[in-house]
Design a binder for this molecule. Sequence first.
Ligand SMILES: Nc1nc2c(ncn2[C@@H]2O[C@H](COP(=O)(O)OP(=O)(O)O)[C@@H](O)[C@H]2O)c(=O)[nH]1
Ligand SMILES: [Mg+2]
Length: 189
Amino acid sequence: MAEAAGTSRGLRVYKIVVLGDGGVGKSAVTLQFVSHSFLDYHDPTIEDSYQQQAVIDGEPALLDILDTAGQVEFTAMREQYMRCGEGFMLCYSVTDRRSFRAAGEYKRLLAQARPTERLPLVLVGNKLDLAPRFRQVTTEEGKSLATQLGCPFFETSAALRHFVDDAFHGLVREIRRLERQRQVTIFHF
Ligand SMILES: Nc1nc2c(ncn2[C@@H]2O[C@H](COP(=O)(O)OP(=O)(O)O)[C@@H](O)[C@H]2O)c(=O)[nH]1
Ligand SMILES: [Mg+2]
């Protein structure tokens, strides 16, 4: 029997896209979330999706996570996932200032692809475990960019699995929050 759009076996599916420069740890963060393991090496050209069930604020969810690969430049594929994603995780590395600037660039591309929508986002500064010695982006700078983007901010360590669940759960909360907001708006007009 056909199911309602956005559900699978009765579970609400959340289509999440992980974006960010190569090497910031998109695959490491994703794989820690879904399989509780840290891989020292993951082929940087592999783009794949993973499913993970979670109960978030007492509500079950099926996260369908696309771990993207490749450059920030426009491609047909990039446009495709920017169009069908529901929530976006903008990742940079706290040890790489260039990747921090790129996070802002991804936001700009997203706004171009989906100009009329308020998109659920979270900003994620990864490699927190390396921060004491190698930090190039301060926590304050991260917070300040997140405020500018109007989204929650997390610093994570995929290596130590610190705040990884928080980041994904935070994104699902943003998707739900903006969905409720839209429903309220529809109700009022
Ligand atoms: N120390 C540390 N290394 C990390 C972390 N996340 C990823 N890495 C390493 O950074 C490199 C790039 O990670 P990867 O997940 O392939 O990045 P991607 O290109 O964004 O998918 C790999 O060598 C990872 O082991 C982290 O939180 N801490
Ligand atoms: Mg990768």
